[in-house]
Design a protein around this ligand. Structure first.
Ligand SMILES: NC(=O)c1ccc[n+]([C@@H]2O[C@H](COP(=O)([O-])OP(=O)(O)OC[C@H]3O[C@@H](n4cnc5c(N)ncnc54)[C@H](OP(=O)(O)O)[C@@H]3O)[C@@H](O)[C@H]2O)c1
Length: 319
C-alpha cells in the first residue's frame, strides 16, 4: 500500500483525496497545510484517517509517508519538490511540473543523486484510453500521422490563482501543458513550435493562447488552442494517411473513436470508468513503479517532462 501525503490543501487536493477513497493500492496517510486548522478540516472532509501535519516540513520529514503529492500553486512546485527530495521522499508533482526547464533539470538532478522517485501529475498520460490511442497509432490503424489538433477551454478566469503572475497563472501554464503533452504523445518528440498567438491581460497573464507545432521533418502539423475564458468542446483529432482518431475531452477522455478516411466508424470506446475520477491512475502508476524500485513512472518518464518544459519556455518567450 502506497502511503501518500498531500502537501497543500487546495482544490485539486480535495478532488484527488475523494477519488482515492477506498482504493486498495493507495491511501492518503497524511495532509499538510500552512495552517493546522485547514489541514484538520480538510482531513475531516476528505480523508478522516490521515495524519494532520502543521507545515509542509513536518510532512516531508515524516517516516509514515512514502510519497508526497505536491498540490501547491505552480511557482511553488520547485521549492516544495526540493524540500521533499532532500528528505528522500518520493514525489508526484502537479502540472506544470515547474516554471522553467532549469527548475525541472534541478529537481531531476537532486532526485537522481538520492535515488528518489519523481513523476509529473500529467494525469491524462496515465489514463487507459490514452494508451488505447497510442496503441492504435503504433499498430498503424490510421497510417502515418499527418495532422493533430486539440482545444481545451474552461470559463475559469475568475479563479484568483489563474490571474496571478506571482502564482504562475495564465491559460498556457494551466491548460496548454495538456495540449503540449497531447502533441508530444501523438506527433512524437521531434517537434518544434512554429507560431504562437496569445491574448494577454494587462497583468501579462495570457487569457487564451493558440499555437502551431510541426515535426522537424515537416510531415506533421499540429494546431492547439487553450483558453481560461470559455468552455470549449475540449476535443482532439489525430488525422493519419488512412484514417483518423477523434477524442472527446482531451482532459478527461470520455470517448475515443477510430474512423476510416471516409469517416466510417471502425471502433469506438466509451469510458466506463468505475472510479469517480481518473486521478486514481497516476497514483496507482506511482505505486507500481515505486514497488519495482523505479525512480521514474513509465507512463510519464522524465524525458517527457523535460520536453514539455522546453516547449513551455519557447511558447512563453514567443507570446
Ligand atoms: N490535475 C488537474 O486536473 C489539476 C486541476 C487543478 C489544478 N491543478 C494543479 O494543481 C496545483 C494547485 O491547484 P489548485 O487549483 O488546487 O490551487 P488552490 O486551490 O489555490 O490550492 C493550492 C494550495 O497550495 C497551498 N499554497 C502554498 N503556498 C500558497 C500561496 N502562496 N498561495 C496560495 N496557496 C498556497 C495552499 O494550501 P495550504 O493553505 O493548505 O497550505 C493552497 O490551498 C496547480 O499547480 C494546478 O496547476 C491540477
Amino acid at each position: 500500500m502506497l502511503r501518500v501525503g498531500i502537501l497543500g490543501c487546495g482544490n485539486i487536493a480535495a478532488k484527488v483525496a475523494d477519488s482515492l477513497k477506498g482504493n486498495k493500492k493507495v491511501v492518503i496517510a497524511g495532509v499538510a497545510s500552512r495552517e493546522r486548522n485547514k489541514a484538520k478540516k480538510f482531513a475531516a472532509n476528505h480523508c478522516p484517517d490521515a495524519k494532520v501535519f502543521s507545515g509542509y516540513e513536518k510532512l516531508a520529514a515524516s517516516d509514515e509517508i512514502n510519497l508526497v503529492y505536491i498540490a501547491t500553486p505552480n511557482t511553488y512546485h520547485y521549492e516544495h519538490a526540493i524540500l521533499c527530495i532532500k528528505e528522500y521522499k518520493n514525489v508526484l508533482i502537479e502540472k506544470p511540473f515547474a516554471m522553467s526547464k532549469a527548475e525541472v533539470d534541478s529537481i531531476f538532478f537532486e532526485a537522481k543523486n538520492r535515488n528518489v522517485f519523481v513523476a509529473e501529475a500529467m494525469w491524462t498520460s496515465y489514463l487507459p484510453l490514452h494508451k488505447t490511442v497510442l496503441d492504435w497509432i503504433a499498430k498503424g490503424r490510421i497510417g502515418a500521422v499527418k495532422y493533430v489538433t486539440a482545444n481545451l477551454g474552461y470559463d475559469i478566469a475568475n479563479v484568483p490563482r489563474l490571474n496571478s503572475p506571482v502564482l504562475g497563472g495564465g491559460s498556457y501554464l494551466d491548460l496548454g501543458v495538456y495540449t503540449t503533452n497531447f502533441a508530444l504523445s501523438f506527433m512524437g518528440d521531434d517537434i518544434k513550435v512554429s507560431r504562437v498567438f496569445a491574448r494577454r491581460l494587462s497583468s501579462g497573464i495570457d487569457r487564451d493562447t493558440t499555437y502551431s507545432m510541426e515535426s522537424e521533418d515537416g510531415s506533421i502539423l499540429g494546431n492547439f488552442y487553450v483558453t481560461m475564458c470559455a468552455d470549449t468542446d475540449k476535443d482532439g483529432v489525430i488525422v493519419g494517411e488512412r484514417g483518423k482518431i477523434k477524442l472527446s475531452n482531451i482532459n478527461n477522455y470520455r470517448k475515443v473513436e477510430l474512423l476510416s478516411s471516409e469517416d466510417t466508424l471502425l471502433e469506438e470506446i466509451v469510458n466506463k470508468d468505475a472510479y469517480i475520477h481518473g486521478y486514481v491512475y497516476e497514483f496507482e502508476s506511482c505505486a507500481q513503479a515505486i514497488s519495482k524500485g523505479l525512480i521514474q513512472a513509465p507512463d510519464m518518464p522524465w524525458a517527457r517532462t523535460i520536453r514539455i518544459a522546453q516547449i513551455n519556455d519557447t511558447i512563453r518567450s514567443m507570446m
